[in-house]
Design a protein around this ligand. Sequence first.
Ligand code: ADP
Ligand code: MG
Length: 287
Amino acid sequence: MNENAEQIQKDVSQWEAKDGDTSGACGHSHDGAADAMRHHHRGDAICIDNVSFSYPGKGGRAAVESVTMHIPVGTRLGIVGPNGSGKSTLLRLILGLLKPTAGRISVFEFEPREACRRELIGYVPQRAEAEFDFPLSVEQVVLQGRVGRVGMFRFLSKRDHEFARQSMAEVGIESIAGEAIGDLSGGQQQRVFIARALAVEPKILILDEPTAAIDEAGQDVFARLMERIQDDYAMTTLVVSHDLRAIVAGCDQVACLNRRLHFHDAPSGLTREVLSEVFEHNLAGIE
Ligand code: ADP
Ligand code: MG
């Protein structure tokens, strides 16, 4: 663990100490919280143990099956796998949007939903078009990242606005702060959603297929952006991508998922055998 990682672990321990007064008041079960704490390995940001999940009405076929994965604080993890291999489902389980059918997940010693409530995770979903129905400006979208922090009916403070501005500067969208989100290119929109996730001040940043909607030049910009975010914030990052080359270049661990976890280690350990197993011999487009 580097120094930053240790600091993050310390921060989290402080919240954990505060947890005693708040968890009862919020109606969370003490048992569940205590369980999550016992289960969690110190030094890990995320612990996934033997997790399976089936969507209802899929004939019992699991979307994610018996996945065990421990992600140390500060890791840059790339998740690859073919379409429908359960990548987005695994992210939704980590975020507490879905509950495992079997097994368990803890995020910094909390149950996933509690970790999200505490804003430990910033999330950029695979596609975020729903928001474009509203005529929101770039700045308003980024400020949404602060709303959870202050509560719906409280005013955003100067610090909230400053943090939103800093997040916009980080991804290079300050100059378009007043533009309508719906008028932007796919790559620009992507950066707006990354800025919103950063504005949360999360300990973990999760991005689902962030480069799917952007061209090659945009992908280079994105790769440099992720590097800078990593240097500036020392976050744990999870990035799902179909672009294996980008993952290998920009991550220190790779997870290969095809319902089951076929590989989880440094990219240097990836072999043709692993890849053809995961992608079921369909290597077209990834070499
Ligand atoms: P990936 O992100 O790797 O493309 P997903 O996690 O989206 O894969 O999907 C994994 C499997 O779960 C697929 O078979 C998909 O059809 C199914 N699935 C995904 N979302 C839903 C849902 N909301 N309801 C039912 N089945 C789903
Ligand atoms: Mg997906």
